[in-house]
Design a protein. Structure first.
Ligand code: 0A1
Ligand code: ZN
Length: 886
């Protein structure tokens, strides 16, 4: 067998053949399934006789016909990955292929597979080739019909993309449905579902007055839990009309929830398939975080109808064209439905916790990668979240209206096409007559830029200078970088904490006016484009405190020369709420790093009272949003602190975090207790900002208190657990109690399981909570949970909860005896045989092994080597493991 092949962006070639129409027929069976496809093929260049190469994997070829004539063995070439017609007819021709497949044995969950007895598909990125031989690439856009035939009693519901145009009964208890999708699409957007499902039905009237039927399909017992998903869908449809002028384009929109799914959800044209976790919710079983995730992901998949489906990607390197843009759109949607500041804080935290480490490790890749072995490995936080930051920067630079003009032009130019990131850039530029060509570096250079800022005030000249110096670190394959185009949003605070009016700035030898229409502005976006650059504000009548990178205007690491007192000042006064939070985080990170050094030198740990005082005033400030307070009093995680150390020390980072939490709990105990008491639910669960904010604040206060592990606080946590009427508060109380290795912990965990064992989504939370625990020696407990009757390696959600959760524990995954690494190594090998995509996500936990001390390095490296030496390793795991070692 050939070794895994790397595919490069620079090798992209237009296809030799296009497909115009594709008629699919599925005959679904328990033993085998037949798939027939009839494709009208059009050569790109008239008269071309280039070979036609089709992708195929794990298929049994039954027959191939060209222009209705069956081909014999020698007329085509077949290998384990391709079916090639060496000399197809010149001109337009018809190609008919029949394959036999075995969905019931498909544990990879790509292609056609079974989940809880129902058939469903997952074709992105390259799963369609597991259904039939095809040019499995997104620039092949065709019009599809799909006829599904199956046993009527077992599979009463038959769904595919587009409109249902015919259905009826057949012999032997079978029936069929014929679907037609009027829109051209790439095969990754094809979907089929067949099963015993029922739907919650609703409708949406578009702004043009068209009625769209909305259906959410689940097994009947889950239907009551689909109300929030339906509400989210309708809100998303309305929002896209209001904000982007984008209307839904068919008369039917289906969502199907399945329990076995590798990712969150999939935007197949008019037939979105979702991981059940992102559809099903009730106050008793789902937390506020689940409700928020459902809102965001329902929005995300719906928004793909325009950004992804109507305009799609030319090739998989362009993935961020649809994903970065659609994440940006779902972030904005969620912001508009809740609190903009809190949403921004959550998104930036996610970027810092997951994307920055990726950008600094062996898997670092640009938002548009240059190469891949398995595309599945590039559905990453870089492509999604950093990609969304890149889209956000267009908006920051061009303003809301300019951004909208760019979007309009993008659709005007490219509706129905498969395009590139340059096409998006060009639409933004041309719609605004903008000049920002080196902005494209955001797509091609990996690594998080570091920007150092030094400030100085000239009291005589009344000028205030900001000097920027940027550095983009080397990443695999990119040793030297060019300076990036970085929008830095800035405001200047006066000594009372108010924003100063900004009138003009000296830059590049010219004095530029900032004021708009003669009116002063209070925040401006500086365009930092060089390695070193200075901006000098004029007419600044007192020494200001600069508020830099407001709203996190670029995905960079900012290092400023602000003094501790300046940060406390910003924390108390900045009109940019994001930066208030950020000032607190900068202070916390500095403090934690100092204490880590003390811990390593075995010095006694002492907490700076100014810090506790700062948190205390935030906690007590009635003018602040409660969810903002909850975010502001949450300490950076161990990961973020380890990220800032030369050699990551999980034990020190964890010990320091625990120490600070206990200290804060001790010193603010009275305030924290009243926070819990004053924020209990008075009536039923409502999913809106005020109620979520109240619960968030109550829950964090309880978590602090329970860290003290004293009888009073444990009793309080027990009381909250027992009296909770919703999962948000019940689970938070359980988690609070479970911090400490006590008998109460064991009892409450057992109680929770016995209450919820019938609900697999709740049981997954229970697995995750135990897996993530930092209780010493937890590896053994997690190992035992692998054999728990509710656990199953074939279900990705369970793996993400238990194995993924475990890898998030600084103490146990990184246990110095190597027991955590050994556990993960063994699981990855086992899992790879079942589901390579999920296995490769798990193996990524090893990728930053070089960040740790020598002992840990050797132990982790040994596991990676063991994995690499495994027979029959998948390409997915091979790519991550080999790049991690390389
Ligand atoms: N396009 C989907 C996510 C998705 C990607 C890959 C998958 O299989 C490898 C499945 C789903 C989204 O962005 O929602
Ligand atoms: Zn997406």
């Amino acid at each position: 067998m050939d070794g895994p092949k790397e595919i490069f962006l620079k090798d992209y070639k237009l296809p030799d053949y296009y497909f115009d129409t594709v008629d699919l027929k599925f005959s679904l069976g328990e033993e085998k399934t037949y798939v027939s496809s009839k494709i009208s093929v059009i050569p790109r260049v008239e008269g071309s006789s280039a070979p036609l190469v089709l992708n195929g994997q794990d298929l049994n070829l039954v027959s191939v016909k060209v222009n209705e004539k069956e081909l014999k063995d020698g007329d085509y070439l077949l290998d384990s990955r391709h079916l090639t017609l060496p000399s197809p007819p010149s001109g337009v021709f018809t190609l008919e292929i029949v394959t036999e497949i075995y969905p019931q044995k498909n544990t990879s969950l790509e292609g056609l597979y079974k989940s809880s007895g129902n058939f469903c598909t997952q074709c992105e990125a390259e799963g369609f080739r597991k259904i039939t031989y095809y040019q499995d690439r997104p620039d092949i856009m065709a019009r599809y019909t799909c006829r599904i035939e199956a046993d009527k009693a077992l599979y009463p519901v038959l769904l595919s993309n587009g409109n249902l145009i015919e259905q009826g009964d057949l012999e032997d208890g079978r029936h069929y449905a014929l679907w037609e999708d009027p829109f051209k699409k790439p095969c990754y957007l094809f979907a089929l579902v067949a099963g015993k499902l029922e739907s919650r039905d609703d409708s949406f009237i578009t702004r043009a007055g068209r009625k769209v039927s909305l259906r959410i399909w689940t097994p009947s017992q889950d239907l009551p839990k689909t109300g929030h998903a339906m509400h989210s869908l309708k809100a998303a449809m309305k929002w896209d009309e209001d904000v982007f002028g984008l209307e839904y384009d068919l008369d039917l929109f289906n969502i199907v929830a399945v329990p076995d799914f590798n990712m969150g959800a999939m935007e197949n044209k008019s037939l979105n398939i979702f991981n059940s976790k992102l559809v099903l919710a009730s106050p008793e079983t789902a937390t506020d975080a689940d409700y928020a995730a459902i809102l965001g992901v329902i929005g995300h998949e719906y928004f793909h109808n325009w950004t992804g489906n109507r305009v799609t990607c030319r090739d998989w390197f362009q993935l961020s064209l649809k994903e970065g843009l659609t994440v940006f759109r779902d972030q904005e949607f969620s912001s508009d439905m809740g609190s903009r500041t809190v949403k921004r804080i959550s998104d930036v935290s996610k970027l810092r916790i997951y994307q920055y480490p990726q950008d600094a490790g062996p898997m670092a890749h640009p938002v548009r990668p240059h190469s891949y072995i398995k595309m599945d490995n590039f559905y990453t936080v870089t492509v999604y979240e950093k990609g969304a930051e890149v889209v956000r920067m267009y908006k920051t630079l061009l303003g809301s209206q300019g951004f909208r003009k760019g979007m309009d032009l993008y659709f005007q130019r490219h509706d129905g096409q498969a395009v590139t990131c340059e096409d998006f850039f060009a639409a933004m530029r041309d719609a605004n007559d903008a000049e920002f060509s080196n902005f494209l570096l955001w797509y091609s250079q990996a690594g998080t830029p570091t920007v150092k800022v030094t400030s100085s005030y000239n009291a005589e000249a009344h000028t205030f200078s900001l000097k920027f110096c940027q550095e983009v670190p080397p990443t695999p394959g990119q040793p030297v970088k060019e300076p990036m185009f970085i929008p830095v949003s800035v405001g200047l605070l006066d000594s009372t904490g108010k924003d100063m009016p900004l009138s003009s700035v000296h830059h590049d030898g010219t004095l530029q006016s900032i004021a708009k229409d003669g009116q002063p502005v209070y925040s401006t976006v500086l365009r930092v484009t060089k390695k070193e650059e200075e901006f000098v504000f004029a007419d600044v009548h007192e020494r200001p405190i600069p508020s830099l990178l407001r709203g996190f205007s670029a995905p960079i690491r900012l290092e400023s020369d602000l003094a501790e007192s300046d940060l406390f000042f910003l924390l108390a006064h900045d009109s940019d709420e994001f930066n208030r939070w950020e000032a607190g985080q900068v202070l916390a990170r500095k403090l934690m790093l100092t204490l880590v050094a003390d811990f390593q030198q075995k010095k006694p740990l002492v907490l700076d009272p100014k810090f506790v005082h700062g948190l205390g005033s935030i906690l007590r400030d009635p003018s602040l949003d409660k969810e903002f307070i909850a975010k502001a009093i949450t300490l950076p995680g161990e990961g973020e602190i380890m990220d800032m150390m030369d050699v990551a020390d999980p034990d020190a980072a964890h010990a320091v975090r625990v120490f600070i939490r206990k200290q804060i709990a001790q010193e603010l105990k009275g305030d924290l207790i009243s926070t819990v008491e004053n924020n209990r639910s008075s009536d039923g669960y409502v999913f809106n900002h005020d109620n979520m904010a109240r619960r968030a604040l109550k829950n964090i206060a309880l978590a602090y208190l329970a860290a003290l592990d004293d009888p009073e606080c444990t009793a309080l946590a027990m009381h909250e657990y027992q009296t909770a009427t919703n999962m948000t508060e019940q689970f938070a109380a359980l988690a609070a109690i479970a911090q400490n290795p006590t008998k109460t912990r064991e009892e409450v965990l057992a109680d929770f399981y016995s209450k919820w064992q019938h609900d697999f989504l709740v049981v997954n939370k229970w697995f995750a909570l135990q897996a993530m625990s930092n209780i010493p020696g937890n590896v053994e407990n997690v190992r035992n949970l692998l054999n728990h009757p509710a656990f199953d390696l074939r279900n990705p959600n369970k793996v993400y909860s238990l194995i993924g959760g475990f890898c998030g524990s600084p103490v146990n995954f990184h246990a110095k005896d190597g027991s955590g690494y050994k556990f993960l190594g063994e699981v990855v090998v086992q899992l790879d045989k079942i589901n390579p995509q999920v296995a490769s996500r798990m193996v990524s936990a090893f990728s930053r092994w070089r960040r740790y001390d020598g002992t840990r390095q050797n132990l982790a490296k040994a596991q990676l080597e063991m994995i690499m030496s495994t027979n029959g390793l998948s390409e997915n795991v091979f790519e991550i493991a080999s790049k991690s070692l390389g």
